[in-house]
Write a protein that binds this ligand. Structure first.
Ligand SMILES: [Zn+2]
Ligand SMILES: [Zn+2]
Length: 722
C-alpha cells in the first residue's frame, strides 16, 4: 500500500537525506547473470532501460530475486536514479520480504528525498516488517506538510494501534475516513481501534461503514457478526453470518456461528427476496410474441450460478390472461385455465417411476404425465406467464416471483423440474438490459449493453451451445448473463432495445463472442492471457481511459496505479461505486492458510508467488507454497477464490504479506482494481464513455477492436425464408 500524490515544489524545503550513490545494500547480491549482462557496455541509457525491462519481465514471472538482481544492475548503470530501487522494493513487498523492501525504499528516498510516495511506501514496508518505531516518524514527516494524506494517516494509525495507542489511532482514522480507495480499510481499522478501547457501539458503526464502502469486505462482516452476537442483537448477527456464508459456503466457522445464532433469533429472519419483485405490472407493455423472423431462444429459468437447473420438486404458475396447457412435443391441448388461477406442478413418484402431477388452484389433481408440457397465455401479445419457483400457490399473477413473455416449458430433468422460457431474441434482450446495467445509466451505454447482450445470447445459441446438455440455449444467471424477465422492463429499456433492434457485433460477418464484465479496473485484459481462454482476435487489452498511463508491467507503476484512483472511463461516478474500481482486502494469514490447505492440501501456507502476471496487471497463475506441497493455481475463478473469506473481485491485484512481532506472516493485504474477468466490454467504462459523449458504436468498437456492427432485418429475413 503506497501513498500516491504529487508533491508541490514547496516541499523540497525539507532536509534531504545524504545520498550514497553506487553502493548497494549489503543484503542484496548481484547475480552473476545480471552482472555479466553489463559486460559489453553499450550506451548507458539503453543499458539502463534494458535492465529495467528485464527486471519487469522477471517480476511478471514471480522470479523475485532475479528481478531484484536486474534492478540492482540498473542502479549501477545509472547511480543517480531512484527508479530501480523503487521497482525492486515493490518486488520485495510482493515477495513477503518487507525487511528487504525497507532497505530498497530507503535507497530510493536517499536519492530523491522529496518523493513523498517513496517515503510513504518506506513507512508501510517498515510497518509490514513490524518496525513501528521506524515507520511512525516517516508518516509524521509526510503529514507535517500534507495533513490529509490518507495512506500516511492510515499508516500512522496502524503504527499507533500496534503500539497500544488506540485513542491516537481513532483520531487519525477519523481524519482519514472519506471516499477514497482506502475507505473500507480505514473503517476496518477504525473498528479495531474502537474494539481496543472496548467501545462496542462505535466499533459496530465503523464496521458497518466498512461493509457499506465495499460489500466484499467480508472480514468486517465476520467481526460485525461477532459483535452483534455479544450485544445480543441476534437477528443482526445472523444476517452478517448468513452473508459471509453465502459468499463462502464452505466456511466451517461461519456455519458454526450461524447455528449458534439461529435458535436465538427473535423472529424468523426476513427472506432475501430482492426488493421491487412484487411491483405493479401496469408498466409492462404488450408486445407480440414470436414475431416473424426473430430467432427464438430457450432460456433456463431459476438456474444455479453455474447455469444448471436448480434442484426443485415443485413450482406454481399462472398468467395475467387466460392460459392454455399443452403437450410440448405435439402441441395438443391438455387443459385451459383462467387468468390469475394458480396451478401447481410437482414431481410424484409412482412405483419407481417419476411423473409430473398438475393440480389446479383449488388443489384438485388434474393431470398426471411424464412428458414435458407448455404453458401459453391465451393472448399471446398481452399475456405474461407468472411463476412462483418456490412452489407457493397464493397470490395473483401480478405478485409472482417471475413474469415471463412468450411460453414456458416444464419438464422432468434428472429427478428435478426444468423450467424453460421460450421467447424471441428481442424480448429476451429487454429482460437482460436492465438486469445487467442500472436503468438510469446513460442511454448510449444501455444501447451498448443491449447490443452485446443480444450478440452474446446469439453466439451461445449458435456457436458454443454450452447448455445443450441441459436442453436450453442460455441460462438466466451470470454464467451466461442475467435475465430478469418482463418485471425488469420499463419504457426506457424498451426504447434502447427498439433503437438497437437487430444490431449485433460481428467478426468477419458472423456474431462475435462479445463477452463483458462489470469493471475492468482501467485497462481491459487480453483474453489470451487468461488460462484456457484461447486466442480470440478481438479480446485485446485496451486502455480504458481518455489519458492512458505508461505500461503497467513495472512493479512500481502497478503499485502506483492500483493504490490511487487514476483517470479512467470506469472510475467512480454517479453510476459506478468506488469499490468496483479500486478495492482492498485484509485477510489474516491463518485464515488464508486454513482455506488453502482445505482446498489444496498444501499444509500450512508458507508463501504466495506470482507465476504469470499479464501486461494489464492481472495475475493468471499463482504458486501456493505449503509445508506439505506446492500447488499451481491458474484458473481465473480459482485465483479469485483464494482469500480466507469469500472471493476477490478480480485477478487484478497486488498482494503484500505483513509480518507479526515474531517475524512470521500475520496477514496479507490484497490491493486490487475492477470487478469481473476484465475481458471485452467494461460495463462501468461504457457508462463513463457515454457520459463523455461517445455513442454506442464507438463504445462497443473500442472494446472489441476489429469487429463491426451489423443489423439483421428480421422482417426481410422472414420474407425470404420459406
Ligand atoms: Zn449459462
Ligand atoms: Zn473499464
Amino acid at each position: 500500500m503506497f501513498c500516491l500524490f504529487t508533491l508541490g515544489l514547496g516541499s523540497a524545503a525539507r532536509t534531504a537525506a545524504p545520498s550514497q550513490p553506487g553502493s548497494p545494500p549489503s543484503q542484496v547480491t548481484v547475480s552473476t547473470a545480471a552482472a555479466a549482462s553489463l559486460q559489453p557496455r553499450t550506451e548507458p541509457d539503453a543499458d539502463f532501460e534494458r535492465l529495467l525491462r528485464q527486471g519487469h519481465a522477471a517480476y511478471s514471472r514471480g522470479e523475485y530475486a532475479q528481478a531484484a538482481a536486474h534492478y540492482e544492475a540498473a542502479a549501477r548503470s545509472n547511480p543517480a536514479s531512484a527508479r530501480p530501487w523503487l521497482e525492486g522494493a515493490a518486488v520485495w513487498d510482493e515477495a513477503g520480504e518487507p525487511k528487504k523492501a525497507v532497505l530498497w525504499y530507503r535507497r530510493a528516498v536517499q536519492l530523491d528525498p522529496v518523493d513523498d510516495e517513496a517515503l510513504c511506501a518506506l513507512g508501510w514496508a517498515q510497518l509490514r516488517a513490524h518496525d513501528l518505531a521506524e515507520a511512525a516518524p516517516n508518516f509524521r514527516r509526510i503529514l507535517q506538510h500534507d495533513p490529509d494524506q490518507r495512506w500516511a494517516l492510515l499508516g500512522l494509525a496502524r503504527a499507533e494501534l500496534a503500539a497500544a495507542q488506540p485513542q491516537q489511532a481513532v483520531a487519525l482514522l477519523t481524519r482519514a475516513a472519506g471516499a477514497s480507495p482506502s475507505a473500507n480499510i480505514v473503517a476496518l481499522f477504525l473498528g479495531r481501534a474502537y474494539e481496543a478501547l472496548a467501545d462496542q457501539a462505535n466499533a459496530i458503526a465503523a464496521y458497518r461503514q466498512g461493509v457499506s464502502a465495499d460489500s466484499y469486505l467480508l472480514e468486517a462482516r465476520q467481526t460485525l457478526g461477532r459483535l452483534y452476537l455479544r450485544a445480543r442483537r441476534y437477528n443482526e448477527a445472523f444476517r452478517q453470518f448468513a452473508k459471509v456464508l453465502e459468499a463462502d459456503p464452505r466456511n466451517p466457522d461461519m456455519a458454526a456461528l450461524l447455528a449458534k445464532a439461529q435458535p436465538l433469533l427473535v423472529r424468523a429472519p426476513t427472506s432475501d427476496r430482492p426488493e421491487g419483485l412484487h411491483g405493479p405490472i401496469s408498466e409492462v407493455a404488450s408486445s407480440p410474441a414470436f414475431p416473424a423472423g426473430i430467432p427464438v431462444l430457450r432460456v433456463g429459468i431459476g438456474t444455479t450460478p453455474l447455469g444448471r437447473p436448480r434442484a426443485r420438486q415443485s413450482t406454481a404458475f399462472s398468467s395475467t390472461t387466460d392460459f392454455i396447457i399443452s403437450d410440448a412435443k405435439t402441441g395438443k391441448r391438455i387443459a385451459a385455465a383462467k387468468a390469475d388461477d394458480f396451478w401447481k406442478v410437482r414431481i410424484k413418484r409412482v412405483k419407481k417411476r417419476l411423473s409430473l402431477e398438475l393440480s389446479d388452484g383449488s388443489g384438485r389433481l388434474r393431470i398426471m404425465r411424464s412428458d414435458p408440457f407448455l404453458i401459453s397465455p391465451g393472448s399471446r401479445s398481452q399475456g405474461l406467464i407468472a411463476l412462483n419457483l418456490s412452489g407457493t400457490v397464493q397470490g395473483t399473477a401480478a405478485t409472482a416471483e417471475k413474469l415471463l413473455r412468450g411460453e414456458v416449458e416444464i419438464s422432468l430433468w434428472h429427478r428435478t423440474l426444468r423450467v424453460v422460457n421460450r421467447l424471441d431474441l428481442e424480448n429476451y434482450t429487454q429482460g437482460v438490459v436492465s438486469a445487467e446495467m442500472p436503468i438510469r445509466s446513460p442511454l448510449e451505454a444501455l444501447k451498448a449493453q443491449a447490443v452485446v447482450a443480444r450478440t452474446h445470447a446469439l453466439f451461445i445459441k449458435t456457436v458454443t451451445r454450452r447448455h445443450r446438455k441441459q436442453g436450453y440455449d442460455v441460462c438466466d444467471e451470470q454464467h451466461c448473463q442475467v435475465y430478469a424477465g418482463a418485471r425488469a422492463e420499463s419504457p426506457r429499456s424498451r426504447s434502447v432495445v427498439e433503437a438497437t433492434r437487430g444490431i449485433v457485433v460481428t467478426y468477419r460477418g458472423r456474431p462475435a463472442h462479445a463477452i463483458y464484465s462489470s469493471n475492468c479496473g482501467g485497462h481491459t485484459q487480453n483474453g489470451r492471457d487468461v488460462t484456457g481462454w484461447g486466442n480470440v482476435p478481438y479480446w485485446t487489452a485496451v486502455a480504458d481511459s481518455p489519458a492512458p498511463e505508461a505500461p503497467l508491467d513495472a512493479p512500481w507503476a502497478l503499485h502506483r496505479w492500483l493504490t490511487t484512483s487514476p483517470q479512467a472511463y470506469c472510475q467512480p461516478s454517479n453510476f459506478v461505486h468506488p469499490s468496483h474500481f479500486r478495492w482492498t482486502r485484509v485477510v489474516s494469514w491463518a485464515e488464508l492458510s486454513r482455506r488453502v490447505d482445505r482446498r489444496y492440501h498444501t499444509g500450512r501456507l508458507k508463501r504466495l508467488r506470482t507465476l504469470r502476471r499479464a501486461r494489464s496487471g492481472n495475475i493468471n497463475a499463482l504458486l501456493l507454497e505449503g509445508t506439505r506441497r506446492r500447488v499451481k493455481v491458474d484458473s481465473e475463478m480459482a485465483i479469485r477464490d483464494l482469500p480466507g473469506l469469500g472471493s476477490l473481485r478480480s485477478t487484478l491485484f497486488l498482494f503484500t504479506p505483513e509480518l507479526g512481532p515474531d517475524g512470521k506472516p500475520e496477514a496479507v493485504v490484497f490491493t486490487g482494481g475492477g470487478w469481473g474477468h476484465g475481458v471485452g466490454l467494461c460495463q462501468s467504462g461504457a457508462m463513463g464513455r457515454a457520459d463523455a459523449g461517445q455513442d454506442f458504436p464507438q463504445i462497443i468498437l473500442s472494446y472489441y477492436p476489429g469487429t463491426a456492427l451489423q443489423r439483421t432485418d428480421y422482417a426481410a429475413d422472414a420474407g425470404a425464408s420459406p
